[in-house]
Design a protein around this ligand. Structure first.
Ligand code: G3P
Length: 215
């Protein structure tokens, strides 16, 4: 399973990269709005730090403009992936730019049919938003499972990114289902590592080692 960091914060990205487990980054306009500086500079720096794919979202809403914006964004760095929400103009633009070799991450996916359409249009990634479905008492994980089954059944070359992850259980469940990627906020990534029994166990081992050492 690949781990992407869901953030535009360069310090968090550098920290996660230093762990040796970071495969990519996803950004969106809301995440970028939390950071200081010019948008292009932030993206270029993220792309320098992260060798893997970095998703950058188009904000145009008409097909010709989305295509033009995607072409411009893809010039920022070789590892830029273009995020496009799933709606009609976005779908049409996905078809065109995917055929040009630009990788698309179809975002704001809330149904299996949206994911199927994105895959048929050539999207390299689809991002079902688990947490936002859970928020409205739907089952975000069920959506991930449905998409995985459909894409696998027809042999699409589209990877599933479990997105809008809110807690470590989402990561476990996505991993057990075989989601290709989880895009994880730094706060959740940090929690994946920790367990109180590990801390207690380490304290005990180190205390006992002091006794052995001083013999
Ligand atoms: O990658 C999608 C993610 O940024 C959305 O997360 O927590 O805003 O639903 P959230």
């Amino acid at each position: 399973m690949q781990f992407f960091l869901d953030t535009a914060n360069i310090d968090q990205i550098k920290e996660a990269a230093s762990w040796g487990i970071l495969d990519g980054v996803t950004t969106n306009p809301s995440l970028l709005s939390k950071e200081e500086g010019k948008f292009e500079d932030i993206i270029k720096e993220i792309c320098r730090v992260v060798p893997g794919p970095v998703s950058v979202e188009c904000v145009s809403t008409k097909v010709a403009e989305i295509i033009a914006e995607a072409r411009e964004l893809s010039k920022l760095a070789d590892n830029v992936v273009i995020k496009i929400p799933i709606f009609l103009d976005g779908l049409k633009a996905t078809k065109v730019i995917s055929e040009e070799g630009i990788q698309v991450n179809t975002t704001l996916v809330f149904s299996p049919n949206q994911a199927l359409l994105a895959a048929k249009a050539g999207a390299r990634y689809v991002s079902p938003f688990i947490g936002r479905l859970d928020d409205i008492t739907h089952d975000g994980m069920e959506l991930v499972e449905q998409i995985l089954v459909i894409l696998d059944t027809y042999g699409f070359n589209t990877k599933v990114i479990a997105a809008s992850i809110r807690h470590p259980r989402h990561v476990i469940e996505a991993a057990m289902m075989g989601a290709d990627i989880a895009t994880i906020p730094f706060g959740v990534l940090d929690k994946l590592l920790k367990h109180p029994l590990t801390d207690l166990g380490m304290d005990k081992f180190l205390a006992d080692w002091e006794k052995v050492k001083s013999r």
